[in-house]
Design a binder for this molecule. Structure first.
Ligand SMILES: Cc1cc2nc3c(=O)[nH]c(=O)nc-3n(C[C@H](O)[C@H](O)[C@H](O)COP(=O)(O)OP(=O)(O)OC[C@H]3O[C@@H](n4cnc5c(N)ncnc54)[C@H](O)[C@@H]3O)c2cc1C
Ligand code: SF4
Ligand code: SF4
Length: 1017
């Protein structure tokens, strides 16, 4: 049995008095002080882990003022805060042992869009893609691009002066900031805009902090002009944090925003930003060029830049190989074909943008002609990508690069610490040669990609930071790379900011470093804003890169064997891809519905990792504990559950975070590192409930598959419980709600009447080769069989109309519900039995077809330990193999139909949606696959009382608006049983399964079809 894990009492924290004072000031937002909340905010994408004392979630600028005013009180001068947005920093930018101020949870409103003046006003926590989604209908966009655009906030972008692909055309974030509403450390609320000289004089004359700041900056800008000119490199990625070179703008205005942008929360908290918008280019294309070696790609980049393209991005062979295994690859594979002499070992993606068709045609033909007419050694060939969706898919692959590098086996994984250097582009190839030599000399492996047009290179050497000798390399390699960037006239921080790498700031800023200290003192004289980043107040020092706690040093306690056994939980690298803001994307519903980072894959992985560490600290090997199975009786679990001594157990906090996971597996499919929450959650629950009692609904839900046949036999009784108020009240007490009614239709009786036999081994053995070639076995899951049997009956009819002879598998327990709830022992037994039955059927060489995506895909993932050889196909996978049997243009007139596919199949069987398209295309039906998020039902999740509110919130976020769209006149289908039942429950609409639409299409066909399907049983 696992032991109790003490959770540090929040009141013991030195920040407790400060937080109490803040609450007394009427803070409108929340305060997070639990061990779980602090743990989840202890990491970003960096190699570091620093646990904050607390996390504050301000609701608005007034809350930021309250925080700052409290900080300014004499009794709280020791308290410091670090603002935080998406938490995607790569170098610990937002990590602190003080208090985190998370602006992303509530301060995420778009306040104003002025399409005429092309200006947007937003709160700091607005995500970049959220803004661009809102701007798209106006034909506008916020230009600075970054790979984390679906979760990085405008506040974070401004504070790191983010940029990325396209920076040569569009510049950095600071180039698009018009005004900033900031809250200073003393609570001053100030709107910072570029000012004329006379306005600057007025500001300097003020006798407050605003006056101090402007006097200091104006003096430095004037007195140190020559030194600024000498020290700041003339790069596209100019040096920010603090950018003294742009205090005076070319148009003669004085711009305080120059130093606020890139200041990493060390000068002020940004509340709102006024941003400059640009028109979306009307025409775009990508030219994807393949090379036989990465050096050739780098060398050729210089030629490409001269062709007037908007951007040039490069990817090395390592990344390309990883991308081929990624979920987006099927969408882009055609643009990166293998050549006769093998696959490419490097790629340049060049972007062409234009406002008119003529300009576009001219630019595109210019580039392609140049590629054809002017060969370059190592260049193999190229493809052109056009179309919004296709271009987006290629950029998605590029944006997932960092994550993909992390998708490797074993403890040696790519880590960021020298990952965003910039040198003048003309020096890039020579610089990279030396960079690679340095890494090779250390025996390190690495993948490389970057913005070659801007001279920015992304490199993450692979290290196992639990090993002291690898941890020591962080210092050695950093020092080497600093020296190299200086040799080649570049900077260490091309776009991600400084964070824990600030110890190198004095080296790069040289004689100007004391000026930075003066600026810090003017803004934040007590050093309470994100201390340790960029600059230290005079007399204080910056932390050393190797003196801050590394994640690896904590992982060492867990050990590599345990790390490997928990489904990548411990390898989550915090890149934040699971914080996707978009309600219509699949990752991650429980986070989207709550905006609580604990309830995200990263949150759960962090908690799991900490839980494993604490267990290991107590000498418990969680891996062995899971394997051991727990015979502990009800008595000990009852005692543990009621004993006051167990009230505070860190395991409770972990369980709370696991409770509202929908087990939708979007993380397992879409996390670049393949962190699979459902997989490790079930192991956690198995151990947790080895110590504590389960809620009553758990055994009910877990047993549902086995009890459904019995309930079906007692249908009137079941329906009386599920369909009457008294029955529902009783079920609610047991923790279950919104239970569907059983229809008056027995699948097996009906099939027997139709002479559809059960696929018994004896029958299968009797089939001759001809019969086998025409046979298909449907493998029903219990939910579709009992609650939606008509879908299976229609599937059988489809098979017959296609000239096949359908069979039905004997009743099998899939076990998914057992797995989801952590009944691992019972699940293994069920899975072994079912796997054996499936293998027996599969031996006949007859296709096996499941209906529900989530249940069917369980055979591929959760069953992986059973050694099952048989493959149960999704319906579309099966139909795709017999496409020639489908009549062309079956429905005569071409129609359009929408498909809302189950999220598990979209994320875990990426080819599946495309197969539906192919099938409907053959039938002469245009299939539109709707981009919707999770419907909120997710198996039994939405039937649990404690989850119902979240389930309905999720439905309202994506499915409901999609179904209610004013132009929605076409038929809509859904593949998931849960999705169809959620729509019926919430909107009273019965959506068909695609097989049912296919049946209608086949039946409506004018030509008679050969109808088969009789067996001599
Ligand atoms: C996989 C991956 C790819 C990346 N690719 C790019 C890229 O292409 N280009 C690029 O520029 N960066 C990139 N980054 C780095 C990172 O995404 C950017 O720095 C981003 O701008 C950070 O935004 P955030 O909201 O996550 O900020 P956070 O990480 O939360 O914070 C970053 C800094 O901003 C400060 N801050 C946040 N909000 C505020 C506020 N309201 N007021 C004051 N200070 C604030 C924090 O204190 C911190 O110092 C990448 C990171 C990852 C993990
Ligand atoms: S769970 Fe996956 S997607 Fe989320 S932060 Fe961790 S590695 Fe990134
Ligand atoms: S299974 Fe779904 S809800 Fe659970 S963590 Fe993964 S993405 Fe989120």
């Amino acid at each position: 049995m696992i032991p109790r894990l003490a959770a540090a009492h929040p009141d013991a924290s030195p920040a407790a008095a400060f937080l109490a004072h803040l609450a007394g000031m009427g803070l409108e937002g929340e305060i997070g002080r639990t061990a779980a909340e602090r743990n989840v905010f202890a990491t970003d994408n960096s190699i570091y882990q620093v646990e904050p004392a607390a996390v504050i979630f301000p609701r608005n600028a007034n809350d930021l003022k309250r925080i700052a005013k409290a900080l300014a009180r004499p009794e709280f001068t020791d308290i410091s805060v670090a603002p935080r947005g998406g938490g995607t920093g790569t170098n610990g930018q937002s990590l602190t042992s003080g208090i985190i101020v998370d602006c992303s949870r509530h301060m995420n409103r778009i306040l104003e869009i002025d399409p005429v003046r092309r200006i947007a006003r937003v709160e700091a926590g607005v995500v970049k893609d959220q803004l661009n989604k809102a701007l798209a209908p106006h034909g506008l966009f916020f230009a600075p691009e970054l790979s984390t655009s679906n979760r990085a906030t405008i506040g974070g972008m401004i504070s790191t002066d983010a940029c990325g692909q396209g920076s040569c055309l569009y510049g950095k974030t600071s180039n698009h900031v018009l005004g900033l509403r900031v809250v200073l450390a003393d609570g001053t609320d100030f709107l910072s805009r570029p000012v004329r000289e006379e306005e600057l004089r007025a500001l300097q004359a003020r006798r407050d902090r605003i006056g101090d700041i402007h006097r200091t900056l104006a003096r430095i800008a004037n007195d140190d002009r020559a030194e600024i000119e000498r020290i700041f490199p003339k790069l596209n990625r100019f040096m920010t944090g603090y950018d003294l070179a742009h205090l005076w703008r070319d148009d003669g205005l004085f711009d305080l925003n120059a130093v606020l942008c890139g200041s990493e929360g060390t000068l002020a908290m940004i509340a709102e930003a006024e941003l400059n918008l640009l028109p979306i280019p009307a025409h775009a294309a990508l030219v994807n060029i393949r090379y036989d070696n990465f050096n050739a790609a780098l060398e050729d980049a210089r030629n490409l830049v001269t062709l007037g393209v908007a951007s040039v991005e490069t990817i090395d062979e390592t990344l390309l190989r990883l991308a081929k295994g990624d979920i987006v690859w099927p969408h882009i594979a055609a643009f990166f074909p293998d050549d006769a002499d093998g696959p490419a070992n490097g790629i340049n993606i060049t972007e062409i943008l234009a406002d008119t068709p003529e300009e576009f045609a001219e630019k595109l033909s210019g580039v392609t002609a140049a590629l054809q007419d002017r060969p370059f050694a190592g260049r193999k060939g190229f493809t052109v990508t056009q179309g919004k969706a296709e271009i987006e898919a290629v950029w998605t692959m590029r944006k997932r690069s960092v994550g993909l590098l992390g998708n490797v086996e074993g403890p040696v994984r790519p880590v960021p610490f020298v990952e965003d250097t910039a040198v003048p582009p003309e020096n890039l190839a020579a610089y990279i040669r030396e960079f690679r030599a340095a890494l090779d000399q250390e025996g390190l492996t690495y993948g490389m990609f970057g913005h070659v047009d801007a001279g920015v290179l992304h490199v993450r050497p692979a290290l196992d930071l639990t090993r002291p000798e690898h941890a020591a390399l962080v210092r050695r390699v950093s020092d080497t790379v600093v020296a190299l960037t200086r040799k080649y006239g570049g900077v260490l921080w091309g776009e991600h900011g400084k964070g824990m790498r600030s110890e190198y700031v004095p080296e790069f800023f040289g004689a100007l470093y004391p000026r930075l200290q003066e600026i810090k003192a003017a803004f934040d004289p007590l050093g309470q804003l994100n201390p340790g980043k960029i600059v230290a107040l005079a007399g204080r020092s910056l932390p050393k890169i190797d003196a801050v706690q590394l994640r690896g040093s904590l992982d060492r306690d867990i050990g590599n064997d345990i790390r490997a056994a928990f489904d990548n939980a411990a390898y989550c690298n915090g890149n934040g891809a699971c914080f996707d803001f978009d309600a219509d994307s699949l990752m991650c519903p429980s986070y989207k519905g709550t905006r609580d980072r604990r309830f995200s894959p990263k949150g759960r992985a962090s908690l799991m990792r900490e839980w494993l560490r604490r267990l290991a600290e107590k000498g418990v090997d969680a891996r062995r504990e899971v394997a051991r199975r727990h015979p502990f009786g009800v008595v000990s679990r009852l005692w543990n559950s009621i004993s006051p001594a167990n009230r505070e157990d860190f395991s409770h906090e972990v369980r709370a975070a696991m409770d509202n996971c929908l087990a939708c597996k979007a993380c397992a499919g879409q996390c670049p590192v393949k962190v699979s929450v459902p997989a490790f959650r079930s192991k956690f629950l198995a151990l947790y409930y080895g110590r504590y009692l389960r809620p009553l609904k758990d055994p009910l839900v877990a047993a549902i598959e086995s009890t459904l046949p019995l309930m079906a036999r007692m249908r009137p009784f079941y329906n009386a419980v599920a369909g009457t108020q008294i029955g529902q009240a009783v079920m609610r007490r047991a923790g279950l709600t919104a239970l569907p009614l059983l229809p008056p239709l027995s699948l097996r009786r009906k099939l027997a009447a139709q002479n559809v036999p059960v696929a018994t081994p004896a029958l299968l053995a009797r089939l001759d080769a001809g019969a086998r070639a025409k046979a298909v076995i449907f493998v029903p899951d219990a939910f579709t069989e009992h609650f939606d049997p008509q879908v299976l009956l229609d599937a059988v009819e489809v098979a017959r109309l296609l000239g096949l002879a359908p069979l039905i598998a004997p009743p099998l327990v899939n076990g998914k519900a057992l797995h989801v709830h952590g009944y691992l022992g019972a699940f293994e037994k069920v899975a072994r039995r079912t796997a054996a039955a499936i293998d027996r059927m599969a031996e006949a060489g007859v296709p096996l077809v499941g209906i529900d995506p989530s249940m069917t895909l369980t055979f591929r993932s959760e069953y992986s330990g059973t050694g099952m050889k048989g493959r149960v196909l999704l319906p579309q996978e099966w139909l795709a193999t017999i496409l020639d049997r489908l009549p062309s243009g079956a429905v005569g007139e071409r129609r359009r139909i929408h498909l809302m596919a189950h999220c598990t199949e979209r994320t875990n069987a990426p080819a599946a949606v495309g197969q539906w398209k192919t099938i409907f295309d053959k039938l002469g039906i245009e299939l539109v696959v709707d981009d919707v998020g999770c419907c909120g039902m997710a198996g039994t999740f939405g039937h649990e009382v404690r989850n119902r509110a979240l389930s309905e919130t999720l439905y309202a976020m994506s499915w409901k608006p999609a179904l209610a769209a004013p132009d929605r006149v076409d038929l809509v289908m859904a593949t998931g049983y849960s999705c169809r039942s959620q729509v019926k429950l919430m909107d009273g609409v019965k959506l068909p399964h695609p097989l049912q639409t296919i049946l209608t299409a086949l039946q409506a066909r004018t030509l008679p079809l050969e109808r088969d399907g009789t067996y001599d049983v």
